[in-house]
Ligand binder design. Structure first.
Ligand SMILES: Cc1ncc(COP(=O)(O)O)c(C=O)c1O
Length: 489
């Protein structure tokens, strides 16, 4: 008898009755008819989506038989979702700044989901992981291990006072959830203020504080008390600041805090990563003062941008403020292991009778070994300084691109987190063009992400050699030229 056909098991409703085929058809129709799923700005806010006509055209031109078979198996086996399956190509290797696909093509990886500050397969990370695997591959709850304690102590030493108590989790989303729980327990309140268009992870609690429709729309009730404010985004300012931030967005957060009075936490990406929004210096002074006035915790999400990406160990160090909680992730695991951390004010150690995290891989010996080696590399190879220096150089090149390509409406960056915003002559976001530039760059061996539909987001490994950085920007230059026609000479 076939497994599952036994009458003791509850029978699944026939698909037709369950409405599933209808839902599947709706999703497919949306993808096919929507000119940028392309077209809806909300669909592509977190990154280029996977069913656009341009994706299909690129695949028709580039994907060979070996990959096609694997891509088909992937599409058959995985639940389909925007941003991943069906996938673009299949990878077989990653080394340094390079990805290699199943056809042997190499791509300089200026995306890497921001896990690759130290590049792929950094020898010190690989050696540390091997050593942990050979001695202590797992550390069950109730026990600690030297890797975890060393890492917690290292993070305490790196973070400025009064930050000094640490929790680990196997992923940034989970760490955000722990920070939200800690804020509730510590303040006895549940409300939060966060920003529209932000991303804090894909789980239900994280999308409740996140502000992107692609995650929130049609998914049902989210967490109560999660208020949202307009982000500091001068080119699309809700307060009409006209391209030069007037800080009215920060004043607005302070205003809501004054009105609500009982908000547990303000949670913000220190620098919004998807489209590289770098708030002005006073933004965090205003938020910090408002939070202090109301006993509200300032939680800064630095999951993709800490550990040198912006030219400082923590991005908030550009602002002369210290948050009550900072959340790290991604690159902490050295482009190997899912590692994230919450570093909280020492006096927020107030939840001894609760389980804030309790994740199976919480004190992963292997993950902590990868993280310790990563921090060693960041320090010994002076990656913060390197990121700051190369970032200045890259931004100057991007300014030059802006002067030559009419489609480039803005360039911005902090360290090696760089954004190139494409805008049409009438001021509208050049979404279709951004996607074409991305595929043109992929064809030429450069991978990056497109944020908010029209911002080319470049985040190369911080170990990148200067000639490779220059070559990648040459590729971008050429791709812009191809897509938009002749550059202004
Ligand atoms: C700002 C930010 N916060 C949180 C997360 C969630 O991290 P993870 O995907 O590791 O759960 C991400 C992931 O992209 C992120 O960019």
């Amino acid at each position: 008898m076939k497994r599952g056909s036994d009458s003791h098991f509850p029978q699944r409703a026939p698909l037709a009755a369950s409405g599933l085929p209808r839902r599947r058809e709706e999703a497919r129709a949306k993808c096919e008819s929507d000119p940028r799923f392309g077209g809806a700005s909300d669909a592509s806010s977190e990154g280029d989506v996977n069913l656009s006509p341009q994706r299909q055209a690129w695949q028709a031109a580039h994907v060979g038989l070996q990959s096609r078979a694997l891509l088909d198996r992937d599409a058959e086996a995985f639940l389909h979702q925007s941003l991943s399956t069906p996938c673009l190509e299949a990878l077989v290797a990653a080394e340094g700044i390079w990805l290699t696909d199943a056809q042997g093509r190499r791509y300089a990886d200026f995306h890497g989901n921001n896990v690759h500050q130290v590049g792929y397969r950094h020898p010190r990370v690989v050696a540390a992981v091997r050593e942990a695997l050979d001695t202590l591959p797992f550390s069950p709850r109730r026990f600690t291990n030297r890797y975890a304690v060393d890492l917690a102590e290292r993070l305490r030493a790196l973070a400025p006072d009064p930050l000094g108590k640490v929790l680990f989790a196997p992923g940034g989303t989970l760490a955000i959830g722990m920070a939200l729980k800690l804020a509730r327990v510590a303040t006895g309140r549940h409300k939060t203020i966060s920003l529209w268009d932000s991303f804090h992870g894909a789980s239900l609690d994280a999308i409740s504080v996140g502000g992107e429709a692609v995650f929130r729309k049609g998914i049902g009730p989210l967490l109560p008390g999660t208020e949202h404010a307009p982000p500091p985004d001068p080119r699309a300012c809700a307060f009409g600041c006209g391209g030069r931030c007037s800080l009215r967005c920060a004043d607005y957060v302070a205003y809501v805090l004054d009105k609500e009075e009982d908000v547990a936490a303000v949670i913000v990406e220190t620098v919004r990563c998807t489209d590289v929004q770098v708030p002005p210096r006073d933004y965090y002074r205003i938020l910090r003062e408002a939070c202090d006035r109301h006993g509200t915790l300032l939680v800064l999400d630095e999951v993709p941008i800490a550990l040198g990406r912006t030219g400082r160990m923590f991005a908030f160090q550009h602002y002369d403020v210290v948050p009550d909680v900072v959340v790290l992730g991604k690159g902490l695991g050295g482009a190997v292991y899912p590692m994230a951390a919450v570093i909280a004010r020492r006096d927020l150690d107030v939840a001894a009778d609760r389980a804030l995290g309790h994740y199976t891989h919480e004190k992963s010996s292997v993950g902590c070994a990868a993280a310790l080696a990563t921090l060693d590399v960041v320090a010994d190879e002076a990656l913060c300084e390197r990121s700051a220096r190369l970032g200045v150089r890259a931004l100057a090149r991007l300014e030059a691109l802006k002067a030559r390509h009419a489609l480039v409406g803005d360039v911005r960056g902090l360290g090696l987190l760089l954004g190139v915003e494409l805008t049409r002559a009438d001021g509208t976001p050049a979404r279709e063009e951004a996607e074409r530039v991305m595929y043109e760059c992929l064809s030429r061996g450069l991978s990056f992400k497109v944020g908010q539909g029209n911002v080319l987001t470049l985040s190369p490994p911080l170990v990148i050699a200067e000639p490779d950085l220059d070559a990648a920007l040459d590729v971008l230059d050429a791709a812009l030229g191809v897509v938009v026609g002749a550059a202004v000479p």
